[in-house]
Design a protein around this ligand. Sequence first.
Ligand SMILES: [Zn+2]
Length: 180
Amino acid sequence: MSGPVTLQIYPSLILGVETQQVEVFDSDLYWQAQQLISLMYLQNGKGLAANQAGLNISMCVIEFDEKLPPKVLVNPVWTGNDEASLPTIDSEEGCLSFPGLKVKVKRAPRYTVRYQDLTGVTLVETFLGMDACVVAHELDHLRGFTFLDRLGPVMKDIQTRKWNKLQKRVRQYNQMMGRM
Ligand SMILES: [Zn+2]
C-alpha cells in the first residue's frame, strides 16, 4: 500500500509523465480511489487525476453531479469515435495543479471513453458539453499533458508567464512568513 497522497503542483515531474496501466483491481486500488476523492473534495475540485496526487497509475475521479457519488475511471482511453468535424467549445478551466490560474481551452463537445471501473469491468460512455471537457482534461493528465499543452504557442507563453508570476508571489510570501 502506498503512502498518503499529496497534491502535485506544476511543474512537478510526475505531471509530465504518461501514467502506468492498472492491472490489479484490489482493495489497494479502491483505497487509492478513495484517497483521490477525498483530496478532490478537500481542494474543491471537479476532477483529479492520480498523478496529480503523486500516484503513477491511470486512474481519475470526476464529480459530474453534486448529488451523485463521483465517478472513478480506471485506464480510460478516448475511443476516437467522436466526429472531429464537430465545432469546438470554449472551456474555461481551472486545475488543482495550477491553483489560481484560469485557462480557456478549445475542446470537443462530445467525448467517448472506454474505461474500467474499480472491479475491472470495461465500460464505454459518451460525455457531452462541459462533462466532455472535464473528462478530456483528466485524460490529458494521465497521458502527461496539462491544459497548457492544449494552447497555441502565444497563449501558452502568456499563461506560463502568468503562472510563473503567481508562483513567484507564493515563494515571496513563504519567505516573508519564514522570517516572522
Ligand atoms: Zn488538471
